[in-house]
Design a protein around this ligand. Structure first.
Ligand code: ISE
Length: 336
């Protein structure tokens, strides 16, 4: 296969950045068709990008003209389109989270196992960020001893106009840390709780922001992550790993420092699209390459399921203001 022909379901903001990235920057793949749950909108975007539009996403998924699918719809639609792609025997990349509930993720797992083929990849792009990759190499080298504690921050300038809720801080933001820190440390979590500091006056009516999630891993590593969605200063992702013989820090994007007005100023990104472009590029290039070799080498449906179970426990801990034990089902041999 020379060019992987990709069908995009979900032509909103992030879906459109995937079209541009794949068609203008990456190699070996092309988004050749798109569709949206809002048919008219999907067809308009198809026309705008000069590609084939389908009124019905399911028709695109099963079309012989399409080799692989990207699902970038709103979360509640992920399950249907991922499952249909798997049933059609096609590789499918699904934006995070895999699905909004552990039960829905489990149904996707069941469909993939039934198909007997590894087809699903979840869009946890931080695993591809060169900074996190450096942290993983340093940790895995063993040179600094065992990790003991992690202090992390996930600050957004604001919610980007998408309409926020107290629940979304875990479900949409902190789920990135849930996945990437599990990948970094190579172990699962056993316990979580979420505390609320004083709420910012910039958080919308009834929304609690910031929130601090605590996680403990199987080996006892303690993690604290502060989500501050309405930080009103920038998009700032930080991760500090305290090891037995050293402290490892996530590199920050390199911006020129400016001396001005009696100050030294180094900019901070405004949002995720500015902060993680390399991660997205690497993630999609590797996905295209892997699809062409008929394998999945990124975060699997199992990773998506584990993340959602963990997020579910953090949600319960937040709502009841208690500590919740995280119990995971046994991983099927298929994913080992
Ligand atoms: C958004 O959905 C993302 O995935 C971003 O990476 C994250 O920083 C943001 O908080 C989420 O709302």
């Amino acid at each position: 296969m020379e060019i992987l022909r990709i069908g995009l379901v979900g032509t909103g903001g992030i879906g459109r950045t995937h079209i541009t990235r794949i068609n203008e920057t990456l190699q070996g793949g092309r988004v050749t068709a798109c569709a949206d749950v809002n048919s008219d909108f999907g067809l308009t975007i198809a026309e705008q990008f000069g590609m084939k539009g389908y009124a019905d996403p399911l028709e695109m998924i099963i079309s012989d003209d399409i080799d692989a699918i990207i699902v970038a719809t709103s979360d509640p639609h992920h399950e249907e389109f991922v499952t249909k792609s798997v049933e059609a025997g096609k590789h499918v990349f699904c934006e995070k989270p895999l699905a909004p509930t552990p039960e829905a993720c489990k149904r996707i797992i069941d469909a993939e196992v039934k198909s007997g083929k590894h087809l699903v990849q979840v869009g946890f792009m931080r695993r591809y960020d060169p900074g996190y990759v450096q942290l993983k190499k340093l940790l895995d080298s063993g040179e600094y001893g065992a990790p003991l504690a992690l202090h992390c921050y996930h600050h957004n300038y604001d919610d980007g106009g998408v309409g926020w809720s107290t629940e979304k801080s875990v479900a949409n933001s902190l789920i990135h840390e849930i996945d990437v820190l599990r990948w970094l440390l190579g172990e699962n979590y056993v316990k979580t709780d979420v505390v609320f500091p004083r709420t910012s006056r910039h958080a919308g009516e009834g929304i609690k922001d910031p929130q601090i999630m605590h996680l403990t891993t199987e080996s006892g590593v303690y993690i604290s992550v502060e989500s501050f969605v309405f930080s009103h200063y920038g998009y700032d992702v930080r991760c500090e790993i305290v090891c037995e013989e050293g402290i490892l820090n996530l590199p920050e994007p390199a911006y020129a420092m400016v001396r001005t007005n009696n100050a030294r100023v180094t900019p901070i990104c405004h949002d995720w699209s500015e902060r993680f472009p390399d991660a997205y590029n690497i993630e999609f290039q590797q996905w295209i390459n892997a699809c062409k070799e008929n394998r999945v080498d990124g975060p699997t449906a199992w990773d998506g399921y584990v993340a959602q179970i963990t997020a579910g426990c953090a949600g319960e801990a937040r709502d009841k203001q208690v500590s919740v034990d995280i119990k995971l089902p046994e991983m099927p041999d298929f994913y080992k």
